[in-house]
Design a protein around this ligand. Structure first.
Ligand code: DON
Length: 310
């Protein structure tokens, strides 16, 4: 497996020249666009890593999966999905003009920023408690209490996050957001700044692949119905307005972040973490997509694959 991962990294390395590191959050600009790494964990507890896998990076939008899980556990499906939809979208992750159309009564899904800000607001507790719940959940999943958040990235996003601010105030105006807007935004910016490495990210993937239970059974985050919803939402919305093509070409439920991370889940089999900060136009790791496509083909991981009898 290690040899395969090395080969796929080398094969897809050329792609980084066509990508760009995210710059709209100034602090993210310092990432090295040449970095590429991957870690895979299987259900036997084996771990395979290659490339740049022990560098820490901020999870950004990957945090939206954990926030959704906590919102569902705290409120139940009905309450959450009256405020945020379950439909994919062909709009960029930070788009919100549709939300302002009179016929739209909620964000399309919990993986675009507007939907994610709603799910964060639905986590029970004060704003400190909301963030601590997200952080502690990630610590329990990874069994790593050293995980924290990157203060500089958090401050950088807070300073420049006017688009998210506009989204949150519109949500409040539409009656979709409870509580203080600035406090909810603060939690959202902080959760995006949680920092980990690829071994931790693969552990989150394995937790999801195992029905939201750690391999050693020490932590169960939610029931299997919620786990199924999380994986379905990742499949239909996790790669933003590239989710459809990603599903067709890779077929592995995944969630990306603008720092270059991709969290991938092969149900009942593997947790996968990818890092590659050079991004395509949708905000997804450009080399990460290439590697996942090849990995899916070589190991037969596409969950939609038909085994034809010709
Ligand atoms: O809301 C933002 O702008 C970021 N903190 C997270 C966005 C993100 O990761 C989108 N990813 N593709």
């Amino acid at each position: 497996m290690n040899k395969l991962l090395e080969r796929l990294i080398e094969k897809n390395r050329y792609l980084v020249q066509y990508g760009q590191v995210a710059s709209y959050i100034p602090k993210l600009k310092s990432a090295n666009p040449e970095d590429i790494g991957i870690c895979i964990l299987d259900m036997e507890g084996n771990i395979y890593c290659s490339g740049v896998y022990n560098k820490k990076f901020t999870i950004q939008s990957i945090s939206k999966v954990i926030a959704l899980m906590l919102a569902l556990v705290d409120n139940g499906e009905e309450e959450v999905f009256t405020r945020v939809g379950l439909e994919s979208t062909d709009e960029p992750f930070n788009s919100f003009y549709k939300l302002d159309l009179s016929l739209e009564n909620k964000p399309a899904n919990p993986m675009i920023n507007s939907g994610a800000i709603v799910t964060t607001s639905l986590i029970r507790g004060s704003y400190e408690e909301k963030f601590n719940k997200i952080l502690n959940t990630i610590r329990k999943i990874t069994n790593n209490n050293n995980i924290g958040y990157n203060k500089e990235v958090y401050e950088s996003e807070k300073e420049t996050g006017d688009r998210n601010r506009a989204i949150a105030y519109l949500l409040k105006n539409k009656g979709l957001l409870e509580g203080d807007v600035e406090e909810v935004l603060d939690v959202y910016f902080k959760q995006c700044s949680i920092e980990l490495d690829l071994i931790d990210l693969a552990k989150i993937g394995l937790f999801l692949a195992n029905g939201c239970k750690t391999l050693d059974g020490s932590y169960q985050g939610c029931n299997t119905e919620i786990a199924t919803i999380l994986i379905a939402v990742m499949t239909t919305c996790g790669m933003y307005d590239f989710s459809g093509e990603f599903a067709a070409r890779v077929g592995i439920p995944s969630k990306s972040g603008v720092s270059g991370g991709i969290l991938s889940v092969v149900p009942n089999k593997y947790g996968i973490g990818i890092y590659g900060p050079a991004l395509d136009d949708h905000g997804n790791s450009i080399a990460g997509f290439g590697i996942l496509k090849d990995l899916s083909n070589e190991l037969g991981l596409n969950i939609f694959k038909i085994c034809g009898r010709n």
